[in-house]
Design a protein around this ligand. Sequence first.
Ligand SMILES: Nc1nc2c(ncn2[C@@H]2O[C@H](COP(=O)(O)OP(=O)(O)OP(=O)(O)O)[C@@H](O)[C@H]2O)c(=O)[nH]1
Ligand SMILES: [Zn+2]
Length: 186
Amino acid sequence: MDLARIEKAVREILIAVGEDPDRDGLQQTPARVARAYAELFAGLRVDPATVLTTTFEANHEELVLVRDIDVMSLCEHHLLPFRGSAHIGYIPGSDGRITGLSKLARLVEVFARRPQVQERLTAQIADLLMERLAPRGVVVVLECEHMCMAMRGIQKSGAKTITSAVRGSLQRDAKSRAEAMALIIR
Ligand SMILES: Nc1nc2c(ncn2[C@@H]2O[C@H](COP(=O)(O)OP(=O)(O)OP(=O)(O)O)[C@@H](O)[C@H]2O)c(=O)[nH]1
Ligand SMILES: [Zn+2]
């Protein structure tokens, strides 16, 4: 990531909004913002496939669900945060292969630390799980509040956007999908 270029751009923004970038409190701001963006967009330089390398034989062929994984990302339209929870469930494939629970949260991190829209973030998590873990089915639900709707624009705080991505057997079989959703939606 080009930190010097971000610094220059942030200095320009400060001038454009009518601030003095050389006043005491702002002198280090462009450099701080550059470092913050390097963290917030670190997922752009990570191959998500590297996250799901650890898998275990468990002969577990029923639903595995991790609820309430903290999600923080930046919407690609305004570069303002959206935050909430991710719920990720999968039914292992016929080999009963599972992955480490933390890897599901790591997967959220990799995709969230990019400019995003909530729908794509949801689908990317589901698609990568299908690709790398070859499970029978996957369900991913995200519930987030978008600061671009709360702090500006329509200024409706508290509104939650719920997105889901359902793949494989959970997409085909309404009964097992309903069972998974009942555990997810409270
Ligand atoms: N579908 C979707 N929309 C998003 C997401 N994050 C932000 N948005 C929306 O992106 C839209 C951008 O709309 P525009 O009309 O181009 O931009 P704008 O004039 O700033 O829109 P307002 O927010 O309505 O003031 C807005 O409606 C945002 O609420 C997201 O993750 N998914
Ligand atoms: Zn936005």
